[in-house]
Design a protein around this ligand. Structure first.
Ligand code: G3P
Ligand code: CA
Length: 297
């Protein structure tokens, strides 16, 4: 069973999909899995404007920037609690140090998850970011319940035995089981094929997305895509590995295609021209502007 997908060089030109399908957005508005709909995924929340993976960043992306999805990276504490954090250590995004797996939730709750942003992004710094806390998945679901769409990543699942079971249990306890949400309201993504297969074995109902790095998608093969299609509804590759040709190859199979992390308008336009069905972005407002401008053309 592969861990990373695709090893041979893509050959042959494939007719490109186009951005013409944007007109279909109106009637497909409410179906998040419709390949004719382009979705706007707020990467770590509105992380271009506020400290990533804080409730402030999620609220900004959800209410003000009007993203379709809140993207959440999961790590698991020493006492088995799922928290929203990108890195395996708290070093970059808090005032603490050390691995998440070695800290209790109580210890993590004492950390300041906002001040680093003010230092790193003086143009967007705000006093209110100082002292923000790391949210748990429970807290995110408590706040938004069924009033948001979630794009959840199992991060480093090999470090956290039981992470998938805990995720499904948490979803269930908030009324977000796969049979109780709208199609596509909860997407589950991972770079780990094993983690996605585990989720599928535990609950077949959640749409799964296989993440991949740029070299892997650059060399993706039909055989690799065949395998991915047995468990996933889509691919989430680095946008740096996408071309018109491999985009067409992926899209003509009906797989959704959500590249990360597309922050510049010129790249957003290029991805849409290739035919992607959404993007992860730190600037959901920019992507909405691009979509709006393209609809006017
Ligand atoms: O989940 C899509 C994208 O976020 C993957 O990269 O490192 O930002 O989690 P990363
Ligand atoms: Ca992610």
């Amino acid at each position: 069973m592969m861990k990373q997908i695709g090893v041979t060089v893509l050959t042959g030109a494939i007719a490109a999909t186009s951005f013409g399908s944007i007109d279909a957005l109106a009637h497909a508005k409410h179906d998040l899995l419709d390949p004719n709909r382009v979705v706007n995924i707020a990467h770590r929340g509105a992380s271009g404007y506020a400290p990533e993976h804080t409730m402030t960043a999620y609220q900004l992306s959800h209410k003000k920037l009007k993203a379709d999805y809140i993207e959440i990276d999961l790590q698991m504490t020493k006492d088995g609690q799922l928290i929203a954090m990108h890195d395996e250590t708290v070093d970059r995004t808090t005032n603490g140090t050390g691995a998440v797996k070695d800290k209790t939730l109580a210890e993590i709750k004492h950390l300041d998850a906002g001040s680093w942003f003010n230092t790193a992004n003086p143009d967007y710094a705000k006093a209110e970011y100082k002292g923000l806390h790391v949210p748990t998945l429970d807290e995110i679901f408590d706040k938004y319940g069924k009033h948001a769409n979630y794009y959840i990543e199992t991060k480093s699942p090999e470090v956290y035995p039981g992470m998938e079971e805990k995720l499904l249990k948490t979803l269930q306890s908030h009324g977000l089981s796969s049979n109780r949400v709208q199609p596509g309201q909860v997407m589950i993504q991972s770079f780990s094929q094993a983690s996605l297969l585990k989720i599928k074995a535990l609950d077949e109902g959640f749409p799964l997305v296989q993440l991949m790095d740029a070299p892997t998608v650059q060399s993706i093969t039909p055989e690799a895509l065949d395998e991915i299609q047995t468990y996933a509804v889509g691919l989430g590759p680095s946008y740096k590995g996408l071309t018109r040709e491999n985009t067409a190859m992926i899209r003509e199979r009906g797989l959704l295609l959500h590249p990360y992390t597309v922050n510049e308008k010129v790249d957003m336009e290029r991805m849409l021209d290739y035919g992607v069905t959404g993007v992860f972005t730190n600037y959901a407002d920019r992507f909405n502007e691009v979509l709006h401008d393209m609809k006017k053309k």
